[in-house]
Design a protein around this ligand. Sequence first.
Ligand SMILES: NC(=O)c1ccc[n+]([C@@H]2O[C@H](COP(=O)([O-])OP(=O)(O)OC[C@H]3O[C@@H](n4cnc5c(N)ncnc54)[C@H](OP(=O)(O)O)[C@@H]3O)[C@@H](O)[C@H]2O)c1
Length: 334
Amino acid sequence: MRAVVQDRYGDPEGLRVAEIDRPVPARDEVLVRVRAASVHPDVWHVVSGRPYLLRLMGSGVRRPSCPVPGTDLAGVVAAVGAGVTRFRPGDEVFGETLRGQAWRNGGSFAEYARAPESGLAGKPGGVSFAQAAAVPTAGYIALLNLPADRVAPGRRVLVNGAAGGVGAIVLQLAKAGGAHVTGVDHTGKQDLMRRLGADRVVDYTRDDFTRGTSRYDLIVDVPGNHPVSACRRALTPDGVYVLIGHDHFGRAGRRWLGSVPRFGRLMLMSLFVRQVRGGAGGLAKAEAMETLRAHLEAGHLAPVIDRTYPLDQAGAALRHLADGEPVGRIVLTA
Ligand SMILES: NC(=O)c1ccc[n+]([C@@H]2O[C@H](COP(=O)([O-])OP(=O)(O)OC[C@H]3O[C@@H](n4cnc5c(N)ncnc54)[C@H](OP(=O)(O)O)[C@@H]3O)[C@@H](O)[C@H]2O)c1
């Protein structure tokens, strides 16, 4: 099969397309004929090998242990392992190739990829392969970080970075829950946030939400560009602050450890400050994928696609992610 191959860590231009063996699914795995795979920030991290810490977290110390990038996919089931019960060849599915949350290559930038049955859900008929592929990892992060009691009618939620991959899903899930949602993002993304359902939008190039008079029951912060103390000023007394974190494709300059020390400080702070949430909640991947499937089917989630690229332009797609100011997700099609 044709696959994108990463021989070493570095610039996305170092990726190449090669003929390699088709993977064989294990007992609890599904072999998927990939039709679309999303190009998201964590793919960039593993291709670049930065922050360096990820190389010690299973990605591979000197070079990537799995040479094929990509974690999210949508496609058609080609074969199933002996223990798989929910899918059979011909089913249209979407999901994640990696188990749990991991910072390494997952093999979805290829014509065929294997994924655990628990990481997949049936693709709703009215949703394209490209749209479905845009959801899994970002959707899982969003669900892990959304306290259910905060996204209910009468609650006010602010999403900082609301037009990005994770933020757009948080925004839509909070709206689906009935909350009043304020989205914060760049000038060029104000219309997108309104289209996604934001009740109020803030342009971060002009206004600083931490200095306004509005107070929120939940702040979900993707870029993490304000001190936590400033964000706390914008919370109600029992409001909750949740950090998703963003490395800005290396421009944040945290080459060794990325956002990890910041999360460590937040965890410590959460022991003393009720408003700060220290870690993500627990949620099984299979349950998360079913929830995302249901939201897609109900029309609560409408993934926005910036551009699609063919498999052999994976490097250009990653370059566009980091430098091209995409509005919506970038997706590879195979
Ligand atoms: N998306 C995924 O599937 C995925 C998967 C795994 C992990 N993650 C992790 O989750 C984090 C976020 O990913 P993402 O996909 O949501 O990133 P993203 O698509 O780049 O979204 C970040 C958003 O924040 C905006 N932003 C930048 N600076 C801002 C500021 N000062 N104030 C408000 N908004 C600002 C960005 O807009 P501009 O830059 O245009 O200004 C962009 O719209 C990353 O750390 C990533 O590694 C994401």
